[in-house]
Structures are given as structure tokens and as C-alpha cells.
Design a protein around this ligand. Structure first.
Ligand SMILES: NC(=O)c1ccc[n+]([C@@H]2O[C@H](COP(=O)([O-])OP(=O)(O)OC[C@H]3O[C@@H](n4cnc5c(N)ncnc54)[C@H](OP(=O)(O)O)[C@@H]3O)[C@@H](O)[C@H]2O)c1
Length: 224
């Protein structure tokens, strides 16, 4: 499968590239082609060193629009503020059957701690903003909100945690669940349709506040 990472040069993009490259071709996207190629080369070196011959996928870099055209699954590894522009740019380039994943968490730091901004500013959840700006025809799945970048990038370690998954399309959910299961120690927990993805997104500021105030490093969530 071809897994595209829009904003793949960022921290989460690196983690996803390293975790999925054993089985899939990873397309690292950026607004800047050279930045994408440099990141892809670095990720490939790290993955190849670790997985050796077990790595069947390739990792290549290109600009975001080119990545969008080629991807079977496209993960939007960008911030909330960039959803509108990015989705409007890529929507006409996506294949009709492309599955789009949003790990996006809208939040900001205030004097009280991290807060979930849609609740404060009467805005949409990230998942609903992606759906609104991409249009109805694409299958959108929200997940990975509570996965720490540092732990995702540590390929020698399992994550030993859960991730909530929201979406409306059964086949798209099954594809994303398979991708989640390929990440060592990560379990998917189905939460419900995309309309309640805010319940997964809002957990991230909660996790960060509890981690910061109790000196917990790279926290995650596990349902027991
Ligand atoms: N970090 C975490 O632990 C974590 C955990 C869970 C969820 N998340 C969510 O995952 C998403 C990515 O987080 P991250 O930490 O990987 O972010 P990041 O390191 O800041 O990377 C985001 C990427 O967005 C791209 N970008 C910057 N400005 C842009 C613009 N104006 N338009 C379009 N793209 C732009 C950049 O790529 P180019 O400059 O190469 O285009 C950049 O590499 C966020 O929504 C975050 O809430 C993060």
C-alpha cells in the first residue's frame, strides 16, 4: 500500500514513516520538495539500519500535491490552523477511494494549562474540519491523537498503549485498524462516528496537563 504523509517532515511524520516502512511504501510530503527528499532519505537510513532485509517498503519524498495524487492512505500530519488551506489544495488531487487519517489535535497552552481550542472558540473538531474542507466523498478516519511523537519514533520499543478510532466507513476503519496493529504494542479502540472524534482529540491536552504536573514522560492511554 502507498501511505502518504502530508507534513511528513514533522515529528509525527517521522514516527509513522519508521513504523510503517517495513510493509508499505511511504511517501513523505512537504510544501518544499527538497525538504521532503532530505527527510525521506534520513528516515530510510534509520529504518534500513533497524529492519535490514525485513523492510519491504521504500521511503521517498515529494511535494504535498504529488503525494496526495499517489496515496492509497493519506495521513494529515499538520496542525489545525493549516487544515483549511491544505485540504482545499489537495482535495481535487486525491483519488476517490483514498482514505484520509486525521491525528490532528486543536489545542493551545494557557495559564491554566493546555486546553482544547474548539471548545473555547466554538469551532469544529479537527476531524470535522477535515471532512468539511475535503468534501463528502472521501473516507475520513480520526486516530493517533494520544500517541507521543517520541515513543512513535523509538522503533526499538513497543508503544504498550491504545488509540481511539473514529470514522463512518467500515472498510476505511478496517484498513486503518490494520495499520494501527502493525505498530508494535498499539491497539485500536473503536470510539464511534466521526462526529464524536472530539472525544478522542480532547484527551491530548488532558494527557499533557497530567504528564506535566505529575512528571510523567511521554504519556499514553490504555483502557483496562
Ligand atoms: N507531536 C505529538 O506528540 C502529537 C501527538 C498526537 C497528535 N499530534 C498531532 O499531529 C499533527 C502533527 O504534529 P507534529 O508534532 O508532527 O507537528 P510538526 O512537527 O510541527 O510538523 C507539522 C508539519 O506541518 C507542515 N506545515 C507547517 N506549516 C504549514 C502550513 N502553513 N501549511 C501546511 N503544512 C504546514 C510542516 O511540513 P513542511 O514545512 O515540510 O511542509 C511540518 O513538518 C498535529 O496536528 C498534532 O496535533 C501530535
Amino acid at each position: 500500500m502507498k501511505v502518504g504523509l502530508i507534513g511528513g517532515t514533522g515529528g509525527m511524520g517521522e514516527g509513522f514513516a519508521l513504523r510503517w516502512s517495513p510493509k508499505h511504501d511511504i511517501l513523505v510530503g512537504s510544501r518544499d520538495v527538497q525538504k521532503a527528499k532530505d527527510a525521506a532519505n534520513n528516515y530510510f537510513r534509520t529504518a534500513r539500519n533497524y529492519y535490514g532485509d525485513k523492510m519491504s517498503g521504500n521511503i521517498i519524498g515529494d511535494e504535498n500535491l504529488s503525494i496526495a495524487r499517489k496515496s492509497d492512505v493519506l495521513l494529515l500530519s499538520i496542525h489545525y490552523e493549516h487544515i483549511k488551506d491544505t485540504c482545499e489544495q489537495i482535495s481535487k488531487h486525491l483519488r476517490d477511494d483514498c482514505i484520509v487519517i486525521s491525528p490532528i489535535v486543536p489545542m493551545k497552552k494557557t495559564e491554566s494549562g493546555f486546553v482544547y481550542t474548539p471548545m473555547e472558540d466554538s469551532k469544529r473538531s479537527a476531524a470535522e474540519a477535515v471532512a468539511a474542507h475535503l468534501g463528502d466523498k472521501f473516507k475520513i478516519v480520526a486516530s493517533f491523537h494520544t500517541i507521543s511523537e517520541a515513543r512513535l519514533k523509538s522503533i526499538h520499543e513497543g508503544l504498550d498503549s491504545d488509540t481511539f478510532v473514529c470514522g463512518n466507513d467500515k472498510d476505511a476503519l478496517a484498513t486503518v485498524n490494520n495499520l494501527i496493529s502493525e505498530i508494535s504494542g498499539l491497539r485500536y479502540i473503536y470510539l464511534g462516528p466521526l462526529s464524536i472524534a472530539y472525544q478522542a482529540e480532547i484527551l491530548t491536552p488532558m494527557l499533557l496537563n497530567s504528564a506535566h504536573r505529575n512528571k510523567i514522560k511521554n504519556p499514553g492511554i490504555r483502557i483496562v
